[in-house]
Design a protein around this ligand. Structure first.
Ligand code: 6PG
Length: 220
């Protein structure tokens, strides 16, 4: 079993969202052809908003929404109506605009393709550096105490992330350039840089990065 890693550098955030939308559509078509269902875990934060808007506005009649099941890689410890809620963000930018049944949406109350973001501190989902959830070997979802926010975050654990067929990181902006260089070009330990621990055991790991985020990577 091995992880297939691909790094795609896009020029602008819009090109990054276009490329990510192609990945979602390809994974959806492949999954529904083979297994009659497509499961996708959404990331939170701000980066995926452009992708969700694009899917809702441009792929509304392309994706098999009736065979698509939505999950979240992590959620903040807030109600779904809160401005901090990852569910609310996805609902406002996409779910409320597409013909998907409520039964297909599995909000974290507080597998095919997993979308992830990455923080400048190299956290992903809510797997923050030095936190307990990084050591989790069996539970799929845990409440992870994040000292810097003085709160718990509900997050997928590495056993789930590394069991996916496809994981796609969307990384945009200069504030992520140092973190991306650490991930892709240093041999620093994963505990310090959690996104480094995401390696789908028998799947594909795709990095979609824009020019700003890739600005500190070695020239090819
Ligand atoms: C969250 C996310 C988190 C996010 C990164 C990047 O709940 O915040 O799931 O892991 O992906 O913090 O966030 P931005 O896209 O806003 O930079």
């Amino acid at each position: 079993m091995s992880t297939l890693v691909e790094i795609r550098k896009l020029t602008t955030p819009q090109e990054l969202f276009d490329a990510a939308a192609e990945v979602v559509i390809r994974c959806a078509q492949d999954a529904t052809e083979k297994r009659k269902r497509f499961t996708i875990a959404l990331s939170g934060g701000s980066t995926p908003k452009g992708l969700f808007n694009l899917l809702a506005n441009n792929a509304k009649n392309v994706l098999p929404w009736d065979q698509t099941y939505f999950f979240w890689g992590d959620e903040r410890h807030v109600p779904p109506t809160d401005s901090e809620s990852n569910f609310r963000m996805a609902d406002e930018t996409m779910l409320s605009k597409i013909p998907v049944a409520a039964a297909n949406v599995f909000r974290i109350k507080a597998e095919n393709l997993i979308l992830l973001g990455m923080g400048p501190d190299v956290h992903t989902a809510s797997l923050f550096p030095g936190t307990d959830a990084l050591k989790e070997k069996s539970r799929l979802v845990v409440a992870n105490w994040v000292e810097k926010f003085k709160t718990h975050r509900i997050t997928f654990t590495l056993p789930v992330l590394n069991a996916a067929r496809n994981v796609a990181f969307l990384v945009s902006g200069t504030d992520k350039a140092d973190a991306l260089k650490e991930i892709l070009e240093s041999d620093a330990p994963g505990e310090k840089y959690p996104a480094k621990l995401v390696k789908p055991a028998d799947g594909k790991l795709l990095w979609l990065v824009d020019r700003a985020a890739a600005s500190k990577l070695k020239e090819e």
